[in-house]
Design a protein. Structure first.
Length: 201
């Protein structure tokens, strides 16, 4: 598995589909759609901060745009009587001049989503929980859902040390050189009083 970039890019059309589907008439329009996709993803993450979103799928044509939100907490996305979702659609229209049709889909097994588990660990670390206890908890939760293997990495100023370091926790097997293995990956950061810690799941 590649070391320097998101390894999910290596597995597109082998085990993973594209996370964006664009239908552009020209190169210029395709480039514009690409930039819009990045901005919509960043805006969604800022609007719904750690709301249990596993992944976003954007389907875009010239005059239509559809956004699929896969989440473990549909109630956090919809809000009371769907009010928060309406505010989100209105904010998309205001910022991007796009009428975006948003669909919310629930994930049945959130423990098998690397993004959800990484954000869970980051929240616990920001609450000053011991990182080794968090790592073992993540490994246990994932392995209980019949995963073949899981790797958890954390780095930064662990335990307030002056020199940053990293630690790795592994359970089960992870064949990184086999392209057809279904491996999920996510990188996030936790903002603490003694510095920023990075987390990889």
């Amino acid at each position: 598995m590649w070391q320097k970039i998101d390894p999910k890019g290596q597995k597109v059309w082998i085990t993973l589909p594209w996370s964006s589907e664009r239908f552009a008439k020209s190169r210029h329009q395709g480039a514009k759609f690409f930039l819009d996709d990045i901005k919509i993803r960043e805006f969604t993450e800022k609007f719904y901060v750690r709301a249990g979103i596993s992944k976003l799928v954007i389907r875009k044509a010239e005059k239509e745009c559809e956004l699929l939100i896969f989440t473990a907490k549909p109630a956090a996305i919809l809000g009371k009587d769907g009010q928060k979702l309406k505010e989100f659609e209105a904010a998309l229209l205001k910022n991007f001049s796009l009428v975006v049709k948003v669909q919310v889909k629930e994930i049945k097994v959130p423990e098998l989503s690397a993004k959800i588990m990484a954000e869970f660990a980051a929240i616990q670390i920001e609450w000053r929980m011991p990182y080794r206890k968090i790592a073992k908890s993540v490994l246990q939760k994932v392995m209980e859902k019949w995963a073949q293997g899981v790797k958890f990495q954390i780095g930064g100023r662990l335990w307030w040390t002056d020199i940053s370091r990293s630690e790795k926790f592994i359970d089960g097997r992870l064949p990184l050189q086999t392209l057809r293995t279904d491996i999920d990956y996510h990188y996030t950061t936790a903002l603490t009083k003694y510095g920023i810690l990075w987390i990889k799941v």
